[in-house]
Design a protein around this ligand. Structure first.
Ligand code: FES
Length: 146
């Protein structure tokens, strides 16, 4: 008989939280798109930042992958909400794997979620740095009337 998955995996697999997409061009949205070379599965995780507090107000994902990867991304979107970017960088795949009781062969699936969170934070930080960096340089020319 196949190994039974933990109820948390089944739950997140059957009722994945926060499936969807944000506009990746929104300056307050960070997009993390990562793949697992071992199996070819792909995970996209996005975070939305409150531009004043820098906290993550919302998150969503789309995962083309196994049930453990879908469950891992679902858990990740729940865990990042309401946290600062520094805080979510401390989320370890091992914590996700433990929560879902993933077997060792499925650890790389939870690794995708950790990588995707990091990539999403990096993306939105780069966007924000670009925006803020413009204050050091010459005033930004607005093309609004163009
Ligand atoms: Fe590759 Fe799960 S088998 S992400």
């Amino acid at each position: 008989l196949p190994r039974l998955y933990h109820e948390n995996v089944i739950d997140h697999y059957n009722n994945p939280r926060n499936v969807g997409s944000f506009d990746k061009n929104d300056p307050n949205v960070g997009t993390g798109l990562v793949g697992a070379p071992a199996c070819g599965d792909v995970m996209k995780l996005q975070i939305k930042i409150d531009e004043n507090t820098g906290k993550i107000t919302d998150a969503c994902f789309k995962t083309f992958g196994c049930g453990s990867a879908i469950a891992s991304s679902s858990v990740a979107t729940e865990w990042v909400k309401g946290k600062s970017m520094e805080e979510v960088l401390t989320i370890k795949n091992t914590a996700i794997a433990k929560h879902l009781a993933l077997p060792p062969v499925k650890l790389h699936c939870s690794m995708l979620a950790e990588d995707a969170i990091k990539a999403a934070v990096k993306d939105v930080e780069a966007k924000r740095a670009k925006l803020n960096g413009s204050s050091d340089a010459a005033p930004v020319e607005k093309a609004a009337d163009a």
